[in-house]
Write a protein that binds this ligand. Structure first.
Ligand code: DSN
Length: 433
């Protein structure tokens, strides 16, 4: 790190001031971990992070996660715990549930899933028997590993049948989905994705599910914040159960949610999660989730979500204007998926090149990808985190320029890209909020 950045990170702008104070104690207990936390703070400050599933949680959220509640165990649910002395824990979980119901406008919420993956598995465990057939979006169409990848327990336990995208439009092929549903008669259809940049027609999929007598589970892990802000159609009313994560567009800690409007399904889900799949919930995390929901109920949060989308659409436009191919030729949400095949470079190599100029992305499979999932032919670029930092639409032009220059002549443009990134991160320091 150069001298100007070093001075900047020493707190001249008040960033991470509260953390630095707290860390003095950590330094006494464990200097190695202290140094790594500090290094990570510097890394976050000096890079442009475009990982669509990451964000910067507020100091309030992070304080609640690391609070005294990390000491406690509370197996069971509110008012019905296996351990005594849970009155404060009950109030925390009650608040998280109450706020989630208001945010998502639904009747039943379980906030105990350790992650989105656990939430998905709990739903399968609650509503399916091993061997049951399920339709899920395939990995190279943007689906998630827990939607039936053969490398995941979901694909091992259940008979997942993948559906995909229309080759021409690169949008979900609903016609083929309906054909598959009628032929395979699945017990469940899973909608939702982690790398599909377009709005999914939940109503259309719900009609197909009803036609064949299948449950519809919608995984809104990525788009939860957009839905809360009314910027993406809510699946409630058009599905049986919803799973989510709290750490992506929602900007909370890493955790999972299961939501629904059906009492019988809610009861099955509670039992599937505990004692079926998990032990005691992480109370500190649930406290952080409650704080995140309080923030998500504000007008500022809605504006933040609008800005995420504005930035994402502008970034997509700037990339396409430079001849870079995006899957489905654009985006409706907080990320785009770049198809690198035209440039004869893999996702793995592009991720590495961008990292060397301090732009952080993840490699991602794309439609009909011939590369392995550990190599891939694409990268995913998202705007939730940089929007939290305050990046504006015009800054997207600079980011797109860097991505293009890296594709065009990496060695020749490396210094220029480093300069652009440095100027942007200095303009938008990560501040406590
Ligand atoms: N890995 C997360 C993502 O990046 O989409 C989801 O599991």
């Amino acid at each position: 790190m150069d001298i100007i950045l070093s001075l900047f990170f020493l707190g001249l702008n008040g960033m991470y001031d509260k953390e630095i104070k707290m860390l003095e104690k950590l330094k006494e207990s464990d200097e190695e971990i202290f140094n790594l936390v500090k290094k990570e703070m510097e890394k976050e400050q000096e890079s442009i992070n475009l990982i669509a599933s990451e964000n910067i949680a507020s100091f309030g959220v992070r304080s609640a996660v690391g609070s005294i509640f990390v000491n406690r165990y509370a197996e069971g649910c509110v008012g019905n715990r296996f351990f005594g002395g849970c009155e404060n824990i009950d109030r925390v979980e009650e608040l998280a549930i109450k706020r989630a119901k208001k945010l998502f406008k639904c009747s039943y919420v379980n906030v105990q899933a350790y992650s989105g993956s656990c939430a998905n598995l709990a739903v399968y465990f609650a509503l399916l028997k091993p061997g049951d057939s399920v339709l899920g979006l395939s990995l190279n169409a943007g689906g998630h590993i827990t939607h039936g990848s053969p490398y995941n327990i979901s694909g091992e336990l259940y008979n997942f049948i993948p559906y995909g995208l229309d080759e021409k439009t690169e949008l979900i092929d609903y016609f083929e989905l309906r054909r598959l549903a009628k032929e395979k008669k699945p017990k469940m259809i899973v909608a939702g994705a982690s790398a599909y940049p377009r709005i999914i027609d939940f109503e259309k999929i719900y009609k197909i599910a009803r036609e064949v007598g299948a449950y519809l589970m919608v995984d809104i892990a990525h788009i939860a914040g957009l839905i809360c802000a009314g910027l993406y159609p809510s699946p409630f009313g058009f599905c049986d159960v919803v799973t989510a994560t709290t750490n992506k567009t929602l900007r909370g800690p890493r955790s999972g949610l299961i939501l629904c409007d059906d009492y019988e399904i809610a009861k099955k889900i509670d039992k599937a999660l505990f004692p079926g799949l998990q032990g005691g919930p992480f109370i500190g995390t649930i406290a952080g989730v409650a704080v995140c929901f309080k923030e998500a109920l504000t007008k500022e949060f809605r504006e933040y979500q609008e800005n995420i989308i504005k930035n994402s659409k502008r970034l997509a436009k700037e990339l396409m204007d430079r001849g870079i191919k995006l899957i489905s030729n654009g985006t409706d949400i907080h990320f785009s998926l770049i198809d690198l095949r035209k440039f004869k470079i893999t996702g793995q190599e592009m991720q590495k090149r961008l990292e060397s100029i301090n732009i952080i992305v993840n490699k991602n499979t794309v439609l009909n990808d011939e590369e392995r999932p550990s190599i891939t032919s694409g990268i995913r670029v998202g705007t939730p985190l940089i929007t939290t930092r305050g990046f504006k639409e015009n800054d997207m032009e600079e980011i797109a320029k860097c991505i293009y220059m890296v594709l065009e002549d990496f060695e020749g443009n490396r210094e220029r890209c480093l300069e652009i990134v440095k100027n942007l991160v200095l303009k938008y320091p990560i501040l406590n909020f």
